[in-house]
Design a protein. Structure first.
Lengths: 304, 348
């Protein structure tokens, strides 16, 4: 369904404009050359990674970095997933994968939920001091993470949850809050205020209006928020390293451990496979939701 | 059917006083229209009656009960908005029953009320559609239906027809009038459209700058405007205003334009207000002028006359042909003119 929806505009466009502009003008050729060059520039590293991950170490040492594998092998992928050493243990990065899933799921759902409630309260109920509160929240987004790490460590240690799953989720929740709130506030500001007034007259309270009227209208922005939060949390390194604790280290941290091993030979093919595995989740997310992402950003940009 | 009584109502928004100590009594079953230019505070007033904007001072009584601090849903009102404000994710039926569900109304009762409203507004065939699948007129009908099912004592309308095209507007206007006759509910209707105000209202409240300028039946407001603002706001083309003086013989004079007044007026400076339909082209008329512009309107023509430097519009019925530059004689119906204080603008 998604593929079909993606294809329709592309099919319609030439019907509308193609009849008149069939000729390749020099400008048009220039544009295509540039686009092709840009595409190659960004695809080449990915190509090298994939090709390398499918070769044995002997072929890699032979040096033809762009050549296709002579002996195709999935062994590096198997190693990366289940046997490569990530620091002390040698169980592959699958543990990191599941850790990242465990961190990402609550760190996506909670900030979206609370961000949506914040945005809803700020743009519809407008409590006293709402703008000040929002300003303070936004200011938080401009303070570098590094400044807050040590105080947060002390705070969480004081609360007795430092180095645990709840700690890292809480940290992601706090750091995600400004952007999530901004996103939802601006989206809700684009909804007509009269809709909210109608719901007030129909007798909805704070939660009922949120659940029955506002939330059903939020699908596009929830998807945008989910994409931002999932990629942000999944790609995070420093917060996971500091706050997650030894048992919950996310995939990015384990990947770093794999690649920065200083003992033995460098297994380039395994490193490449591990890197692709780590990047797979955000990559797949962008791939399948690009349309929503662009739409949500555009909606926020125009009406926010 | 319920009354609405506002006492010394003041509303301040963001530090700006919008409404100051306004008193208004709306009788049960009345169709009251709040009329004024945009920014006159009429919508703010309606929203405060609905409870969507808090009153800064004063009180609001609906159906004999003090509702100044009550929640919008507890005030016994139904409201229709300019932008329809239908819930986009719900069907027509769900839109209409949402409020009743929130109030915990039994299912059979919801079905009865929705059925009745749908029948009244010819929405039966549309009940399972989403708002996006409806035309503008249908959407506004659904919004009216959503207000109707509340079976409220007072219905509030906030420029409900402004988003519709001219033909639909006239059609829905007629339907609203019939609906009022059928239900007999109290209705308060905000508009800046004088045609809607004149056709629908049992009484019109003309507002400007947060203050009531005049309250009266459409005929009263049109025939005997309380001040120059009301006189100029109602009527198209607008009333002609001529600055001059009333002399000792109760005659109004301004240059070559003179008119014997029928009501006794104080002598001194005054502004004469004449509606275009009270300027009669008459070969034996006492005044003379020349035509500067002719605007054909189909069933009538608007002539713009230059009378000794004063520009006057006149409405002419009938097939007579006029052209720019033509000299002619005319008269003014002295019984229908208004005189205003040139300083304060009040009616003399």
């Amino acid at each position: 369904m998604m593929a079909q929806a993606l294809r329709t505009p592309a099919v319609q466009a030439p019907v509308a404009a193609g009849a008149r502009r069939r000729h390749f003008t020099p400008a048009r050729i220039g544009i295509y050359v540039f686009l092709l060059g840009a595409a190659l520039f960004f695809l080449l590293p990915l190509y090298v990674m994939i090709v390398t991950s499918l070769k044995g170490m002997d072929e890699i040492r032979a040096g033809a970095i762009l050549a296709l594998p002579v002996d195709w092998t999935l062994e590096p992928w198997r190693q990366a997933w289940s046997t490569v050493c990530t620091g002390a243990s040698c169980e592959g990065i699958r543990g990191g994968f599941w850790n990242s899933v465990k961190i990402t799921l609550p760190s996506t759902i909670l900030p979206i939920l609370i961000g949506a409630i914040n945005g809803y309260a700020l743009s519809f109920w407008r409590p006293r001091g709402a703008n000040l509160l929002f300003g303070v929240l936004l200011a938080g987004a401009f303070i570098p993470v590094q400044v807050m790490i040590y105080p947060l460590v002390r705070l969480l240690a004081g609360a007795g949850i430092f180095g645990s799953l709840p700690a890292i989720v809480l940290v992601h929740l706090v750091f995600g809050m400004p952007v999530m709130t901004l996103l939802f506030r601006n989206y809700y500001a684009s909804l007509p205020q009269e809709l909210f007034h109608a719901a007030r007259i129909d007798g909805g309270g704070f939660w009922r209006i949120f659940l029955h009227v506002v939330l059903p209208l939020s699908t596009p922005i929830v998807i945008v928020a989910a994409i931002m939060q999932v990629t942000g949390v999944w790609n995070d390194y420093i917060l996971g390293l500091v706050f997650a604790g030894r048992d919950n280290l996310p995939m990015t941290v384990q990947l770093n451990n794999v690649i920065n091993t200083t003992t033995g030979t460098r297994l380039y093919n395994v490193n490449m496979a591990a890197t692709i595995l780590t990047a797979l989740v955000p990559l797949a997310l962008y791939f399948f939701s690009g349309r929503w992402f662009v739409r949500g950003i555009a909606a926020g940009a125009v009406k926010g | 059917m319920a009354n609405v009584h506002l006492r010394k109502l003041s509303i301040t928004l963001g530090g700006k006083p919008i409404i100051r100590e306004l008193d208004l009594q709306v009788e049960p079953g009345e169709f009251l229209v709040l009329l004024g230019p945009s920014g006159c505070g009429k919508s703010t007033l309606l929203h405060s009656i609905a409870g969507l904007i808090d009153a800064t001072a004063g009180s609001i009584e609906i159906g004999g009960q003090d509702m100044t601090l009550a929640d919008p849903s507890e005030r016994g009102i139904g409201m229709v908005f300019q932008s329809y404000a239908l819930y986009p994710t719900m069907t027509v039926k769900d839109n209409m029953s949402f409020g009743l569900k929130m109030a915990g109304t039994p299912k059979a009762e919801i079905a009865r009320r929705v059925g009745r409203a749908a029948e009244m507004l010819q929405l039966d065939a549309l009940l399972s559609r989403k708002p996006a699948q409806l035309s503008g007129g249908q959407r506004q009908r659904v919004a009216i239906g959503r207000a109707l099912v509340r079976e409220a004592g007072v219905f509030l309308f906030d420029e409900p027809l402004s988003n519709l095209d001219a033909k639909l507007r006239a059609e829905l206007r007629r339907e609203l009038k019939l609906l009022h006759a059928r239900l007999g509910s109290t209705m308060i209707y905000v508009t800046h459209d004088q045609v809607e105000a004149m056709t629908l209202a049992s009484r019109i409240v003309v507002m400007q700058g947060g203050e009531v300028q005049q309250i009266g039946t459409p005929a009263e407001v049109y025939e005997r405007p309380a001040n120059r603002f009301v006189a100029g706001f109602l009527g198209a083309p607008a009333m002609n205003f001529i600055d001059g003086e009333v002399d000792l013989h109760n005659r109004f004079g301004a240059g070559s334009l003179a008119l014997a007044l029928q009501e006794a007026m104080p002598t001194g400076a005054a502004t004469l207000g004449v509606r275009p339909e009270h300027v009669h082209i008459d070969a034996h008329g006492p005044l003379h002028g020349s035509v500067t512009l002719v605007e054909p309107m189909g069933n009538h023509q608007v002539l713009w006359l230059d009378c000794g430097g004063h520009l006057l519009s006149a409405i002419v019925h009938g097939p007579a042909q006029y052209r720019a530059g033509q000299a002619l004689r005319f008269g003014i119906d002295a019984a229908r003119v208004s005189l205003f204080d040139p300083v304060g603008g009040g009616r003399l």
